[in-house]
Design a binder for this molecule. Structure first.
Ligand SMILES: CCCCCCCCCCCCCCCCCCCCCCC/C=C/C(=O)SCCNC(=O)CCNC(=O)[C@H](O)C(C)(C)COP(=O)(O)OP(=O)(O)OC[C@H]1O[C@@H](n2cnc3c(N)ncnc32)[C@H](O)[C@@H]1OP(=O)(O)O
Ligand SMILES: Cc1cc2nc3c(=O)[nH]c(=O)nc-3n(C[C@H](O)[C@H](O)[C@H](O)COP(=O)(O)OP(=O)(O)OC[C@H]3O[C@@H](n4cnc5c(N)ncnc54)[C@H](O)[C@@H]3O)c2cc1C
Length: 663
C-alpha cells in the first residue's frame, strides 16, 4: 500500500460529516464559501506559484512578491472582490508584503485615530492605493516602551507646521514593514513638543517618497534593515529603517481624534481616553489571534497526514509496520495541538465580537470596557502566538527527519510565524498588561463588581474555599467541573499575587518583584478564557452528523491537556488532589483514542489546499514518497552531475599526494 491508500482508508474511518465541520471551522456557510473560493482562485493561478521561492535570492524574491501583490490588486479590482474576499486572497497568496501593513495597520490607524476631516481626506487615497502606508512606531532603542520613543514632532507657530526629527541614532525608526522600499507614507509616532513642553507620543502622517518617481523626499533617509530568520519566510517583506532630518509637515497631519493641536499651538485633550491612540495595536492583536489558528491548523494538518502515512517498527511477520500516528506518544503530542487549533479558532471569533462591541460602545462614548478589551486582546495574543510557535516546531519534530526539509513546509512556516511572539506587543510584556488589569480589578472589588471575562473574580469567596469533587475519570467529562477547576486555579493565583504585592510599601516594586508569578497567573486567566469560550461555543447549535460530538472531544482534550501540563498550578493552589489530577490524565488518554479515527477528517475540515500548505508531507492525496523524491531532484544542486566548485576546491584535495606520516 502507498500513502495514497493510507489516507483513503483513514478518511473512511471518519465519524462525522466533514463538509459540516468545514462550516463549523469557518464560522458560517458564507464564510466557508468565501474562503474556499479565494483558496481555489489562488491555487489555480500560476502567477501565485511559490515552489521556486526557496531558491530565489533576496532581490528576486522581493521583486516576485511585488509582482504577486500587483497582480492581486488587479484581481481585486477586476473581479470586484469584497473586503472580506480581498483579505482571504492576500491570506492564501501566503507571502508577507507591504499590503499587510497597508490594510492591517495604516488604514486602521487612519480610521481609528484620524479626525472626521482627516478620514475624508486620507482614507480614499489609501483605500484606492494611491498612497501606500506603513506604521512607523518602533525605534532602534524602543519598541515595547512606547512612551520612551525619541523621535520628536515640534510645533512651529510661524509656519503652522510640525518638524519631525530623529535627534539620535537610537531614535531611528526600525522594523516597520513595507517601509524600506515601498511605502510612500507612514504614520510616524513621535513625542509632541509645543513651546518646549512635552505632550506624550502621538501619530503623524508623513510622506516619505515622491508620488511621481518614488524617490525619497528631502530630509528622509530610508533603507532595509537586512535579512531576517528563515530564508523565504519573512524576507519578502522590506522591514525598514527611517531617519528624519527636520522634515516639515502641515499641522493637520497630526492624527487628531484623541487630542488636537490648534493653530495657536494649544494642546486639547478630547474627552476620549488617551489609550485610544493605541487602538490600531489592539485591532491588529485580534487579527493575530485569528492568524494563530490558521498557522497552527496548517502545521497540524501536515503533521497529522504525514503521521498516518509514515510507518516505523511493529512488523513481526512481514506485514505492514505501525503507522506512527498509532503510537500513544505521537498522539499525546499531536492531538492537543489539533484541539488547540480549534480552541484558538473559536476564541478568535469570540474576540472579534468583543471588539465589535467595544467599538460600538466607543462610538457612544462608553469607555468602560476598554481596559478589559485591552487585557483580553493582549493576553490572548500572547497565549495563542506562543502556543502556535511552539506547536509548529513540535509538528516539525513529529515529522521526523523529513520535517526539517523545506519541502515539508514546516521550517518556513515556523520562521514566518515565530516573530508573532514579538511584534504587536512582546508576549511577556503583554502578559504583564493582563496582570496589571487583574491586580487592579482585585484591588477595586470592594466598590466595583468585576464583569465580563473577570466576573469569576467576583465569586472569589466560594472559589477560594471549594474543593474539587471529581471521583472518577468520567467525572472530568463535565463542562462545569472543568470551568470550576480553571476558575479556581486562576483566582487563587491572582489573589496570592495581589496579597503579596499588598505587603510591599511601594506597589510598583511589589509588582516588579512578583512579575514571574504574575505572568503565570495571567496565563491561567487567559487559558480560562479559551476553555470557557470553547465550552460556550458548544452550547450553540452546530449542525451536521457527529460534528458537535467530535468538537466536544476536542474541547475536553484541550482542557485536560492544559490541566495535565499545568498540574503543578492546580495542585499548588490546593484545589485538586494528585489522585484527581491523575484521573484527568487517564481521561485524556481515553480521549486520544476517540480522536484517532477522526484525525484525518478533522484536518481535512480546515479545507487547506495543497498550494496553501506548500508541503510534500501534508499533501491531500498522501502521495508523499514519490513527491519527496521529485522535489529533491529539482534542487539546483542536482542540475548537473559535477557541481560548481568541485573542480576548483575538491579535486585538488583529492589529487594531492600526501603521505599519512606528513599529516
Ligand atoms: C511555507 C511558507 C510560509 C510563509 C508563510 C507566510 C504567510 C503570510 C501570510 C500573510 C497573510 C496576510 C494576512 C495578514 C494577517 C496577519 C496579521 C497582521 C500582521 C501585521 C504584520 C505585523 C506588523 C507588526 C507591527 C508592529 O509590531 S507595530 C508596533 C507594535 N508595538 C507594540 O505593540 C508595543 C507594545 N507596547 C504597548 O502596547 C504599550 O506601550 C504598553 C501597553 C506596554 C505600555 O504600557 P504602559 O503601562 O507603559 O503604558 P501607558 O503608560 O502608555 O498606559 C497606562 C495605562 O493604559 C493601559 N493601556 C495600555 N495600552 C492600552 C490599550 N491599548 N488599551 C487600553 N488601555 C491600555 C495600561 O494598561 C495602563 O493601565 P493602568 O493605568 O490601569 O495600569
Ligand atoms: C517581523 C517584525 C515585524 C515588525 N513590524 C513592525 C512594524 O511594522 N511597525 C513597528 O512599529 N514595529 C514593528 N516591529 C517591532 C515590534 O513591534 C517590536 O519589536 C516589539 O514591540 C517588541 O519590542 P522590542 O523589540 O523593543 O523588544 P524589547 O521590549 O526590547 O524586548 C526584549 C526583552 O525584554 C523584555 N522586556 C521588555 N520590557 C519588559 C518589562 N517591562 N518587563 C519585563 N520584561 C520586559 C521582553 O520580554 C523581551 O524578553 C516588528 C518586529 C518584527 C520582529
Amino acid at each position: 500500500m502507498e500513502g495514497v491508500d493510507y489516507l483513503r482508508d483513514e478518511r473512511k474511518k471518519s465519524e462525522f460529516d466533514v463538509e459540516a465541520m468545514k462550516v463549523a471551522w469557518a464560522g458560517s456557510r458564507e464564510a466557508f464559501q468565501v474562503s474556499d473560493r479565494m483558496a481555489k482562485l489562488v491555487a489555480n493561478d500560476p502567477v501565485f506559484e511559490k515552489f521556486s521561492k526557496p531558491t530565489l535570492g533576496r532581490k528576486e524574491m522581493f521583486k516576485n512578491t511585488l509582482r504577486k501583490a500587483a497582480y492581486a490588486w488587479k484581481l481585486i479590482n477586476d473581479l470586484h472582490l469584497t473586503e472580506e474576499e480581498a483579505k482571504w486572497l492576500r491570506h492564501y497568496i501566503d507571502e508577507p508584503n507591504y499590503t499587510d501593513l497597508q490594510w492591517e495597520m495604516f488604514v486602521p490607524a487612519l480610521e481609528g485615530q484620524g479626525s472626521e476631516e482627516q478620514k475624508r481626506k486620507w482614507l480614499p487615497l489609501a483605500q484606492t492605493m494611491q498612497i501606500i502606508g506603513t506604521y512607523a512606531q518602533t525605534e532602534l532603542a524602543h519598541g515595547s516602551n512606547v512612551q520612551g520613543l525619541e523621535t520628536t514632532a515640534t510645533f512651529d507657530h510661524e509656519t503652522d507646521q510640525f518638524v519631525i526629527h530623529s535627534p539620535t541614532l537610537t531614535s531611528s525608526k526600525w522594523w516597520p514593514g513595507g517601509m524600506a522600499k515601498v511605502a510612500t507614507h507612514a504614520i510616524v509616532y513621535a513625542r509632541l513638543i509645543i513651546d518646549g513642553h512635552f505632550y506624550g507620543v502621538h501619530g503623524f502622517i508623513v510622506q516619505l517618497r515622491s508620488l511621481e518617481d518614488h524617490s525619497t523626499l528631502p530630509g528622509i533617509t530610508v533603507g532595509d534593515i537586512g535579512m531576517k530568520f528563515g530564508h523565504g519566510a519573512y524576507n519578502t517583506m522590506d522591514n525598514g529603517v527611517l531617519r528624519f532630518d527636520r522634515v516639515r509637515i502641515p499641522r493637520n497631519q497630526m492624527l487628531m481624534r484623541v487630542s488636537q493641536v490648534t493653530k495657536e499651538g494649544k494642546y486639547v485633550q478630547s474627552d476620549v481616553p488617551r489609550q485610544l491612540a493605541y487602538g490600531t495595536m489592539v485591532s491588529v492583536r485580534q487579527t493575530i489571534v485569528s492568524d494563530a489558528s490558521k498557522a497552527l491548523s496548517r502545521a497540524v494538518c501536515i503533521a497529522t497526514r504525514y503521521s498516518a502515512i509514515r510507518r516505523q517498527f511493529g512488523s513481526h511477520d512481514g506485514g505492514p509496520e505501525t503507522q506512527v500516528i498509532d503510537y500513544k506518544t505521537q498522539q499525546s503530542r499531536l492531538f492537543p495541538l489539533l484541539a488547540s487549533a480549534f480552541a484558538f479558532r473559536f476564541v478568535s471569533e469570540w474576540l472579534k465580537s468583543l471588539q465589535t462591541d467595544v467599538k460600538q460602545r466607543l462610538e457612544a462614548k462608553d469607555f468602560s470596557t476598554l481596559p478589559e478589551a485591552h487585557a483580553c486582546t493582549a493576553g490572548l495574543k500572547s497565549l495563542t502566538t506562543a502556543a502556535t510557535a511552539d506547536g509548529i516546531e513540535e509538528c516539525r519534530k513529529l515529522c521526523g527527519g523529513h520535517g526539517y526539509l523545506i519541502s515539508s513546509g514546516l521550517p518556513e512556516l515556523y520562521a514566518y510565524y515565530v516573530p508573532a511572539c514579538t511584534y504587536e506587543g512582546e508576549n511577556v510584556v503583554m502578559m504583564l498588561q493582563v496582570a496589571r488589569f487583574l491586580v487592579k480589578t482585585v484591588s477595586e472589588m470592594s466598590y466595583k463588581q468585576p464583569v465580563g471575562t473577570a466576573d469569576y473574580l467576583g465569586r472569589m469567596a466560594p472559589l477560594m474555599h471549594n474543593n474539587c469533587d471529581v471521583q472518577t475519570a468520567e467525572d472530568w467529562l463535565n463542562p462545569s467541573a472543568i470551568v470550576k477547576a480553571f476558575e479556581t486555579r486562576a483566582v487563587r493565583m491572582i489573589v496570592d499575587c495581589s496579597q503579596r504585592i499588598a505587603k510591599f510599601e511601594n506597589q510598583e516594586e511589589g509588582f516588579a518583584e512578583l512579575s514571574t508569578d504574575l505572568v503565570e497567573a495571567s496565563l491561567a486567566h487567559c487559558q480560562l478564557i479559551v476553555v470557557s469560550t470553547f465550552i460556550q461555543r458548544l452550547k450553540q447549535e452546530i449542525p451536521g452528523k457527529g460534528v458537535k460530538q467530535s468538537l466536544e472531544v476536542l474541547c475536553y482534550v484541550y482542557a485536560l491537556y492544559l490541566l495535565h501540563k499545568h498540574q503543578g498550578d492546580f495542585l499548588a493552589t490546593g484545589y485538586l488532589t494528585s489522585k484527581q489530577a491523575s484521573l484527568a490524565n487517564d481521561q485524556l488518554k481515553t480521549l486520544y483514542s476517540k480522536v484517532r479515527p477522526n484525525a484525518i477528517a478533522l484536518v481535512d475540515s480546515f479545507n487547506h489546499t495543497d498550494h496553501y500548505l506548500s508541503s510534500v508531507l501534508g499533501r491531500y492525496d498522501g502521495n508523499v514518497y514519490p513527491k519527496l523524491y521529485e522535489a529533491a531532484r529539482k534542487d539546483p544542486l542536482n542540475d548537473s552531475d559535477i557541481a560548481d566548485g568541485i573542480n576548483q576546491y575538491v579535486q585538488p584535495i583529492l589529487k594531492q599526494k600526501l603521505h599519512l606520516a606528513k599529516l
